[in-house]
Design a protein around this ligand. Structure first.
Ligand code: UTP
Length: 287
């Protein structure tokens, strides 16, 4: 089986929970302190061995492409001033990494966004999907762990996390078979179930490794009541086609698509910085 070397980044959502910030910039460019969410996601992908980045973008927003463009003039200036730390911050993408931008056209859901990558993936190839607004801090690269499991048997492999009861109805929730260590085959997947009907407390989060066959399934998947094609609906079909398996996330995740998750992610990273940590503690003690 071919190695997984391509990752799809769906960044075409409307980000309504972050309006008006997301009027002109995709939410994936919102920063955790000084680094945009998409930069963290791309770094995770490259560390996991990804060589080609495929961004599914909203047609009107070019800022992600701009973010990864080289800035030769400013770079030369910082170099001449020996400001090497700034040079490093400008180098947002290694030159050898390929990037492709595909407009989604209309925001018709995550499944529709993933479907736009079809022409980039070969018949016998698996590929990764990363949702940058799921911000993850982990010792073990979460995508690499998924790839390692997926490359063994070529089955679609997705990341899951135990979620609080009060949040369960916001997630795709799996019915896992027998856990072996951190992974299990998935028997069933239910989109946004009521707590009483949830088959487990394991919710699907934004890291996936999928086979090329998902495109045929996605192209047959009906729109839901919100006129969106859901990736979860296609994953359900994959269970019967060549199987679907889950890997438990080992790390801390923040849902930066929500205001609460975004603020907590910023706090989490800020508290790791000695100076910010002291300032935040001093501020909070006065609140
Ligand atoms: P969300 O479900 O968070 O939707 O998308 P959203 O539109 O981005 O945000 P809200 O709910 O309006 O605030 C999950 C991921 O799927 C991408 C988003 O960019 C995000 O990474 N997505 C969603 C697309 O690329 N296209 C879509 O049509 C929908």
């Amino acid at each position: 089986m071919k190695k997984v070397t391509k990752a799809v980044f769906p960044v075409g959502g409307m980000g309504t929970r972050f309006l008006p910030a997301t009027k002109s910039i995709p939410k994936e460019l919102l920063p955790i302190i000084d680094k945009p969410l998409i930069q963290y996601a791309v770094e995770e992908a490259i560390e996991a061995g990804i060589e080609t980045l495929i961004f599914i973008t909203s047609a009107s927003k070019h800022a992600i492409s701009d973010h990864f463009d080289p800035m030769p003039d400013l770079r030369a200036k910082f170099l001449s001033q020996k400001k090497y730390d700034l040079v490093e911050k400008l180098d947002t993408l290694p030159l050898e990494v390929k990037r492709v931008f595909i407009p989604q056209g209309q925001p018709l859901g995550l499944g529709h966004a993933v479907l736009q990558a079809e022409s980039m993936i070969e018949d016998d190839e698996m590929f990764a999907v990363i949702l940058a607004d799921d911000f993850i801090q982990a010792d073990i690269n979460p995508l690499r762990r998924l790839i390692d499991i997926a490359e063994v048997n070529g089955r679609a492999t997705i990341s899951v996390e135990a979620v609080e009861e009060s949040r369960i109805s916001s997630y795709g929730v799996i019915a896992p078979g027998h856990w072996q260590d951190d992974f299990a085959a998935i028997d069933e997947i239910v989109e946004k179930p009521e707590v009483a009907l949830a088959p487990s407390n394991f919710g699907v989060i934004g890291r996936y490794v999928l086979p090329q066959s998902v495109f045929a399934v996605l192209s047959q998947t009906q729109m839901d009541d919100n006129q969106e094609i859901q990736l979860t609906d296609a994953l359900k079909q994959l269970i019967n086609i060549n199987g679907l398996q889950a890997v438990k996330l080992a790390g801390q995740r923040f849902d930066c698509g929500s205001q609460e998750g975004f603020v907590l992610a910023n706090l989490h990273v800020a508290m790791q910085d000695k100076k910010l940590n002291t300032q935040i503690k001093a501020y909070l003690s006065d609140c």
